[in-house]
Ligand binder design. Structure first.
Ligand SMILES: Nc1ncnc2c1ncn2[C@@H]1O[C@H](COP(=O)(O)OP(=O)(O)O)[C@@H](O)[C@H]1O
Ligand SMILES: [Mg+2]
Length: 360
């Protein structure tokens, strides 16, 4: 049985359904992420799991037990917020010890557990400091330690890294992964940052307007988006309109207006005449001189722009029908990177299994 089960949960504010008929389950030990744009219902969902809000419909079960009648303070769940929510007049050790004291643990247990938690977040030497003496990253580590010290079944994290700058954020992401692995507590993590979700999670539920659009492992969400919203929200992607010319069992033949036909992977339930979009990631698009490119799915275009950022160069290539397609080239050859120039005629190409036909 899954540790956490969310069954057809809905929460309304007046006419607005902040969360609408959402179902999923989280396994013990999992790092599960709710991802989506601001306002899509992530925090509302988390608050219902914590017990700060009640669903209007549906059930939330922990270890098979319906939480409906269990108040927030009785749930074996702890929430970590972006704002840290530390007590400014308490030292680091006192902040971490607080939940243990509230739970009436004896002084020896409080001391041992606090020391263990400090070690888990690498703050042994900051036990006697006060929150205002700490950096943002250190404060968030105290908040995490305080969240874990009572050994909750579930740690809920609502955009915990949102206040940190990019470099620190990356460091904290690695710490979070290690921490979760070491302590083995189940995480339900909320973020609007897709790269963060991909880097951290075992599974991601991508939400839009109160509903789950797709739930999958990061690499599947990235490589097999179900629709344009998912394709566009996760990473960068080229999307352009196409019509299905032929739907065979081994491949689809797609036609892009003013450009021509090309092959793509087959999809069940798709028939000739269907209009939709072709989605392909920039790193799946090859760019070269005509004779360099052996792939059959190929079109001629002109370099309109390129952006060199060291490890990779991104080219924007305008095709004959005006479609601009992005191609990412790794600068992996030794020596100084060589470029196509703006205005150069190039061929862009991709394997037939590199992109997806999307009908919504
Ligand atoms: N207490 C509330 N009263 C009215 N509307 C709310 C309340 N809390 C959230 N909402 C609305 O519900 C929707 C989802 O909000 P929220 O769960 O905070 O989204 P997220 O965390 O994904 O940014 C938003 O449209 C928000 O304005
Ligand atoms: Mg929120």
């Amino acid at each position: 049985m899954a540790l956490l089960q969310i069954e057809n949960v809905t929460r309304r504010y007046g006419a607005l359904a902040a969360v609408e008929d959402v179902s999923f389950s989280v396994e013990a030990g999992e790092f599960f992420t709710l991802l989506g744009p601001s306002g899509c219902g992530k925090t509302t969902l988390l608050r219902m799991i914590a017990g700060f809000e009640s669903p209007d419909a549906g059930r939330i079960l922990l270890d098979g037990v319906d939480l409906a009648d269990i108040p927030a303070e009785k749930r074996p769940v702890h929430t970590v917020f972006q704002s840290y929510a530390l007590f400014p007049h308490m030292s680091v050790a006192e902040n971490i010890a607080f939940p243990l004291k509230m739970a009436g643990k004896d002084p020896a247990t409080v001391r041992t557990r606090t020391r263990e938690a400090l070690a888990e977040v690498h703050l042994d030497d900051k036990a006697d400091n006060y929150p205002h003496e700490l950096s943002g990253g250190q404060k968030q580590r105290v908040a995490l330690a305080r969240g874990l010290v009572n050994k909750p079944r579930l740690l809920l994290l609502d955009e915990p890294l949102g206040a940190l700058d990019a470099k620190l954020r990356e460091e904290m992401q690695i710490e979070l992964i290690n921490l979760q692995k070491n302590v083995g507590v189940t995480f339900v993590f909320v973020t609007h940052a897709q790269a963060e979700a991909l880097a951290l999670s075992h599974r991601i539920a991508l939400m839009r307007e109160g509903r789950i659009e797709q739930m999958d492992e990061p690499s599947r969400l990235y490589s097999s988006p179900r629709n344009r919203f998912v394709a566009d929200f996760i990473g960068n992607i080229n999307l352009f309109e196409v019509e299905v010319k032929d739907a065979g069992t081994s491949h689809l033949r797609l036609a892009a207006p003013g450009l021509g036909e090309f092959a793509a992977l087959p999809r069940t339930g798709i028939q000739a005449g269907k209009h939709g979009w072709f989605a392909i990631r920039p790193e799946q698009v090859r760019i070269g001189k005509h004779h360099d490119v052996e792939l059959k799915n190929r079109f001629i275009g002109r370099v309109r722009d390129f952006l060199y950022i060291g490890d990779v160069t991104t080219y924007k290539v305008e095709l004959e029908n005006g479609t601009v397609i992005e191609a990412l080239m790794a600068n992996s050859d030794p020596g100084r990177a060589r470029f196509f120039e703006v205005g150069d005629e190039v061929t862009v190409a991709w394997r037939h299994d590199a992109g997806h036909f999307l009908d919504e």
